[in-house]
Design a protein around this ligand. Sequence first.
Ligand SMILES: *Cc1c(COP(=O)(O)O)cnc(C)c1O
Ligand SMILES: [Zn+2]
Length: 417
Amino acid sequence: MSNVIGLACVICGTMYPEDFAGYVCTDHGNEGILDVRYDYERIGATFTREVLAENRDRTMWRYLPLMPLASDTVVPPLSIGGTPLYDVKPLAARLGIANLWVKDEGRQPTASLKDRASAMAVVKAQARAAEVVTTASTGNAAAALAGIAASVGLRSVIFVPSSAPEAKIAQLLAYGSTVARVNGTYTDAFELCMEAVAEYGWYNRNTGYNPFMTEGKKTAGLEILEDLGWEAPDAIFVSVGDGSIIGGVHKAVKDAFALGWIDRVPRIFGIQAAGSDYLVQAFESGEDVLTKPPISAETVADSISADLPRDRIKAMAAVTETGGAYLRVADDEILAAIPTLARGSGVFAEPAGAAPYAGIVAALDRGLIGAGDRVVMLATGSGLKDVASVMSAVAAVGTEPMYIDPNLEALKAALSN
Ligand SMILES: *Cc1c(COP(=O)(O)O)cnc(C)c1O
Ligand SMILES: [Zn+2]
């Protein structure tokens, strides 16, 4: 038995039981994403900050009482979560802020934050005795699902847009997934995946559809708060594509606040690429994300390229309910953030992983955050995911290797240039 009260539609609030076989509200279809509701009184009676502090399990499963899972759940063997939160003083000094912490999600088993959600999907699929798990993805959710499914011997079928970076495709193939490289966009891949689910009955991990993905992703937020000794930072910066990660971070904050583990709420900032800025547009114009039509997304940061952010209702609430903002950053600012972050912290991130850094610069410029602030950014995925983008990023700042002959004279000549 878990601590879940039920699943509430984000549009109408109708409650569904935890074991509801559908994924979304029957009245609201794909838009009616469900939010998992917990009995915090019951949780807080035995699960406290002190109990957590005693727990030597550093993986995401240390927060099991705050998950839609029974306490005796058997979890996948890969070590997921427990990623480091670095206090990066040189970068904070460069920005002129009190503290900057970078949470390095590139350290996950498949090298992105998506492992947290995919692990939840695999556990749920096993509970339903599903033989196949599936998802559409820009690449990382796919790699995560493929890797974690492989770790428990479950079959995966993956739909990715043909534009997904090579490294992410390589991961899928190595993990043994059945890979459909769809001749189209992520939206096309998503729709095809949904049709396949209807046809074959596979377990559906899709982001902004499966209600449990938020509950996996929120563990990144819980780790941030716990690592800061439950002293909430002033601001958390998150890159946003479908809006599921930012919704997860918000859920972590809400859980911790409801349990009395933090006494104030950090402002949450969503960072989008200028060419994939659906939520920034809606934030600025006040348009209702339920009716705002899709845009045509185009950005170097493939992980945050989304025509229609699937989890947009939760994503908008994360910012508006915490007094944050949605900000857009240009592709060249995102690329420039990769070497800046790497040089100032040692954290090597893919474009979407470095984008929040560009967002912090933008927020400082606009006076949205200030010099006294304690700021956290999520570096959501490893730079090894997209080496081509990193190469263009370092070329853009004029960094190139010395091409030399194998002798000391050649080295001395090159170094004196
Ligand atoms: C998926 C992903 C994001 C964006 O997450 P959403 O939930 O789609 O908003 C950001 N960075 C990386 C590396 C990702 O894989
Ligand atoms: Zn509904």
